[in-house]
Design a protein around this ligand. Sequence first.
Ligand SMILES: Cc1ncc(COP(=O)(O)O)c(C=O)c1O
Length: 363
Amino acid sequence: METTVSGTAAQGPRLRPSLDGIPTYKPGKPAGADAYKLSSNENPYPPLPGVLESAVAAAGSFNRYPDMAATALTEELARRFGVPAEHVATGTGSVSVAQSLVLSTAGPGDEVIFAWRSFEAYPIITQVAGATPVPVPLTAAEEHDLDAMLAAITERTRLIFVCNPNNPTGAAIHREELLRFLDAVPGDILVVLDEAYREFIRDERVPDGIELYRDRPNVCVLRTFSKAYGLAGLRVGFAIAHEPVATALRKTAVPFGVSQLAQDAAVASLRAEDALLERVESLVEERTRVTAALTGQGWTVVDSQANFVWLRLGERTLDFAAACGAAGVVVRPFPGEGVRVSIGEVAGNDIFLATAEAFRKEL
Ligand SMILES: Cc1ncc(COP(=O)(O)O)c(C=O)c1O
């Protein structure tokens, strides 16, 4: 019997209708040759010498697949954080580990809760998995509204992202508040503490998620080499999670996703941590300087614990971003809401501050 195929070639392949509503990820705008890029929370410093050498050495083996289990990196991370190697799962940037976490827990009919505005990938990866995003507005102080997030839990909730400190506002959650929240979340819901900016935290009231995960099987911590460690372009991040979450991450990850170059550079970065963290310290000093200058100009600024600052500009957001662009710094506007500005080179920060001062006088 002849098989009949419905549809015509002109219609093209049938895609999942649920993709229609998904926004595409908007990366920070690239900067021209003579502009400072303060739009993607990158580390402005070039790779450390030892890190560069290990990456160059790995480039000699491009004809081979990478170590799929990322054995050396996993062991180095397990040692560094005092966790079992089985609890470490790596991925192509922490965003891909976040996606694997959603794929591992949620599908059609399930819900994923996160603060909003927060990291813009959360609603995207939730919908890619077919699940329903449940955004919970930040408080007026630009912080997670943990009580509202608890109230948003239903029997369909499978995962909750907690971004600490929050991208793009920089606000961080304190220990007591977070512990109260974790104690109230049912044990069958996975709580992901996204700590992409952990190394920039100086407020001692903000807990280290890795201490909180240890005796909580439903808590997992997400970290990255993209920010403090300066390897954004190499794409490597990781989760620390109990079994069976870590095993699920290994199942849902794209095979061979982390290149050998990225694995070796990440190991070298961990071994060069003292030098790297000195650079982080100078970025933190710059953050303090930029925050104080903005406050002096009359802006209301969140005490950012990350490598960026946030200005809530509402309807003036795009005007402000355009003024920065014209002055030679590329920032990250969220139209109608505000502008996120990464802490970068001193000269770039100075241009941003001068633009903010002039703009403030017009308001
Ligand atoms: C909160 C947060 N999580 C995760 C990521 C993802 O970083 P990467 O995929 O480079 O590790 C970012 C990057 O902007 C972020 O801000």
